[in-house]
Write a protein of this length. Structure first.
Lengths: 310, 310, 310
């Protein structure tokens, strides 16, 4: 089975079968990453541009390693060195890069919608590496892969997502992807951080009390408080936040025995969750990162027209 | 036929045959760039250092992609991470890099003459990626390649160049290259931006009125107003600049029917030219960028001792 | 003979045979670097992350070139783009990178001990590219290689090291490495810059007068005054420093005829040494840099389990 999309911008746009295909291919890529020689010639002679308008260590590094293990040529462009400082429009920058004949542009940009805007106008593939508060599909896929490895399926899982839902592209990608795959979502966060009407996205329940969200959950996903972006008004003191919306060994007991604990990183230890939980047996946080490279290899592979490898 | 130079610093230093050779090779490289697997082993095992003392997206990216498609190892060094902040002289930095045995150093530096200074002292090849207001030979070559694709020859073309001639290395490289190839140049810009005596460079005419420069032109090349560098004194208001020295559908009619419109980018839309012209049928701006990768591949190839590929 | 260590953090940890092995392999790598095609497939499919928490041109570039010439995939991460700005701990950053399955992390970090801390917890190899004032083993090795090329052996050499000993990781690596190999060390610097008790490190003599240190020396190694880090209190005026602790043609005559002059760079010309000495016949400064790539190739090779190439 082939993948029909030129771009991957949002999990909302993908069918159940397409998500399944990406996850299946990612498992094959995990095998490549476990080899002594972690390199396949799949994308040899292809050019990938990593265009990051926002700083990023792990996502950029993960995409760069993914591209290199597929033998692509990878080129990094970050905001600080970009022509945007010279007043060029995003479309002009993109058209200029396109003229250099990249096969794929992996882009992080603060403005939701910028990826769709470019994808319509550019013949090369666009992969969204995070766009404002909209979606972060590679993160959603790696989260789902990590859950599937644990439970064998996503169907029927109860997933709690706790924190600043409003500003979280991670939450949105997980909500779209997981509900599509048959999971049910329970959200909780300070009232200022939960967008009204989000239940309409599908199988989503909002809980005022975090304990209701994680009660009997298979997965507890804690979101990062973006201290560097947060306006003062949305958040009470960090201490208070941590008390009502932080994960600790006590409230984790409300979830299912052996429930998975997840976090997209980087973690503010002691804010979103106690160090005890971060480093505990139920934490799958580093497994998520490991799956990230494999998922990104799968994304790069399929937008390049790859079939499911056998 | 071989290319005799170790370095490419200025089009002023190249003969007609040498420019022809570079353009011919660039056409071969365009073919490589159109392949599904855009990679040839030509410079395998060669090391290219991209040493940029000024920020650049497109030129650095273009050279980096060019090097990678030729299978060279490419290493980027930009000012912000450079030892110059530690007070090292340019020559000391260059000698240190040389000791790492690069085959080619591609350098952008604000000081005209710094490339010649290094080229005399270093056995590796130096390619000028822009030096102050002196030359930008890869830009000049890609401009000429774009014109030659349209007209089959550069001989006898009438090329208008409009804008800040004084501070433009792009203008200087085009003037040297194009007059060498038999084209005639018509310059126009605010009096403060046209260096006295520039007519002595060859087949060059200065026109006070922009309309005289573009009248009957085959090519209209608009230069970028470097808003970020411009002192206040050289420029009247942008609105006034745009009125007297901006290209728009009306004054473009003065040029030949189907005259080429060119710009080195990044464009200040509405300043040097109206968006209608930027995006119009006569615009070859993105073709220029596309040719840029091919031209840079040709430059890297020939300074490495490559013959004309057959 | 194999190399038994997973990591290279300090020359203090290496035996005489291990240092010998690294230097021998570096000579083989020098041969690779002298080829027309400077590339061997030794580390194909391996991933090297260059994680620099402090700015660096030459060390980072040297490690990057070393990795590429061994055909590894190299990824650069520098502080400015790192998650540390988001408040992540060093260990969390490292564990996240580890999850991407790098084979080697080359790290520069201001805190002495951070490399040991990570090496104990991470299964991948850690190479120290400089840690605070502790050690800079690749610099120590390249210095020793340069001396061995000149004298055939390190046994019995008299090496003077002059400058800010207290803050110099270069001095410490050389002291540990050279004394292990049978050389004797004579240190000199302003009293505020020589740590009390350093003679206990081995065959080390402290001289108040620089002239006593360099008298009859085989090697005179001048350290960099880190103007950008120096607190005002440690240093008298630069002029005074230069007068009492700078190397010039006059005091150099106190050393052996044809004594080697060395400096880790970048040089403050006229401070640590006069330009006349920097550029003179006895200077081996650029040879040091050249050896740096070869030594780093040897380090990458041996931590990856390579045997001595034959």
């Amino acid at each position: 089975m082939g993948f029909k999309h030129k771009d991957i911008i949002a999990l909302q746009d993908l069918t159940r079968d397409e998500i399944q295909l990406l996850l299946d291919t990612a498992e094959n890529m995990r095998e490549v990453n476990s080899r002594d020689i972690k390199k396949v010639p799949t994308l040899r002679g292809k050019t990938i541009i990593n265009l990051f308008y926002e700083a990023s260590t792990r996502t950029r590094t993960s995409f760069e390693i993914a591209g290199k293990r597929l033998s692509a040529d990878t080129v990094n462009i970050s905001t600080s060195t970009s022509s945007t400082t010279k007043g060029e429009t995003l479309l002009d920058t993109a058209l200029n890069l396109l003229a250099m004949k990249p096969d794929i542009i992996v882009m992080r940009h603060a403005i939701s919608g910028s990826h769709y805007f470019l994808a319509k106008r550019l013949p090369c593939s666009i992969i969204n590496a995070g766009d404002g508060a909209h979606e972060h599909p590679s993160q959603g896929l790696l989260d789902m892969l990590t859950m599937r490895q644990e439970f064998g399926t996503l169907e029927g899982l109860k997933v709690a997502i706790v924190g600043d839902i409003t500003h979280s592209r991670v939450a949105r990608s997980n909500i779209h992807g997981l509900t599509r795959m048959g999971a049910s979502i329970f959200l909780s966060g300070p009232p200022t951080m939960v967008p009204p009407g989000i239940e309409r996205l599908g199988n989503v329940t909002v809980c005022n009390d975090m304990r209701d969200a994680i009660a009997d959950a298979d997965v507890v996903m804690m979101l990062r408080i973006q201290l560097e972006r947060q306006g003062k008004t949305l958040l009470p003191t960090l201490k208070e936040y941590s008390r009502y919306y932080g994960l600790n060994p006590d409230n984790l007991k409300l979830a299912k025995k052996d429930a998975m604990v997840m976090h997209p990183g980087p973690i503010n230890r002691g804010v979103e969750m106690s160090s005890y939980v971060v480093d505990g047996d139920q934490s799958h946080i580093l497994k998520q990162v490991e799956n990230g490279v494999a998922v990104r290899m799968a994304m790069l592979y399929h937008v390049s027209g790859g079939e499911l490898p056998t």
